[in-house]
Design a protein around this ligand. Structure first.
Ligand code: PEP
Length: 248
């Protein structure tokens, strides 16, 4: 059985001092962890956190990556640049990027492509809004979002990770029930199976108000291979309890 993956998304949080304290506490607390671990940090802190996580088993992640290789794209950071600083994972298509930066399915697919070409695992985020769920569109939305990435990256699709993050559950304290989450994960797994014979090795993470209290149940679902954790990844004790829940 593959190890679960627990990835923290710090979003736009942190400071030189707090990053150091957090990583020190995580490294000390996660020595016996039996899952894969990563922290996706603001770009400005990648160099600092690369140094801090060295030898700890915690992998370095970025929160975004450019869809372009290089050139006149002010403010963007390329996949090759991220790789130079030891980045192993990059979030692509997080709902906050889709919502506040207008990222289309095609742009997200291009970002995944650049990450894969640089040897970085893109964590492709998909998820429906509350309005979409209420209209019965959940499956249609997540399948459309994933289809764009499969279409562009079919040849190496087994190298991606996916995060199902219902938008209504992100940062709201409302979590999808384990059954709701498992249902969507099974839909995504079936879609991946149609694209690759290696679909079972792909990590499909759940994200959306995952915490110490709900992690065990969510992570025990058949198709939930880990978690993408926002708020609870900023407190060592909370993140470590999710890591412990994923280590059984
Ligand atoms: C996220 O930002 O990807 C996320 C899941 O946030 P939270 O855990 O705070 O809902």
């Amino acid at each position: 059985m593959k190890k679960k993956l627990i990835a923290g998304n710090w979003k736009m949080n942190g400071s030189v001092a707090s990053n150091e304290a957090l990583i020190q506490a995580l490294s000390a607390g996660a020595v016996d962890a039996q899952c894969l671990m990563a922290v996706c940090v603001p770009a400005i802190y990648l160099v600092q956190v690369q140094r801090l996580v060295a030898g700890s088993g915690i992998e370095l992640g970025a929160q975004d990556v450019s869809a372009h290789e290089s050139g006149a794209y002010t403010g963007e950071v390329s996949a090759a640049m991220l790789r130079e600083y030891g980045v192993r994972y990059a979030l692509v298509g997080h709902s906050e990027r889709r919502q506040y930066h207008g990222e289309s399915d095609a742009a997200v697919a291009g970002k995944a492509q650049r990450a894969l070409a640089a040897g970085i695992t893109p964590i492709v985020c998909v998820g429906e809004t509350l309005a979409e769920r209420e209209q019965g569109l959940t499956e249609e939305v997540v399948k459309r979002q994933l289809a764009a990435v499969i279409h562009t990256n079919g040849h190496c699709i087994s190298e991606i990770a996916v995060a199902y993050e219902p938008v209504w559950a992100i940062g709201t304290g409302k979590t999808a029930s384990p059954e709701q989450a498992q249902h969507v994960h099974a839909v995504l797994r079936a879609q991946l199976r149609a694209a690759t014979e290696h679909a079972d090795k792909i990590h499909i993470l759940y994200g959306g108000s995952m915490n110490a209290a709900n992690a065990v149940q969510l992570l025990s679902q058949a198709d939930i291979d880990g978690g993408l954790v926002g708020g609870a990844s900023l407190k060592a004790v909370d993140f470590l309890s999710i890591i412990a829940a994923a280590s059984v």
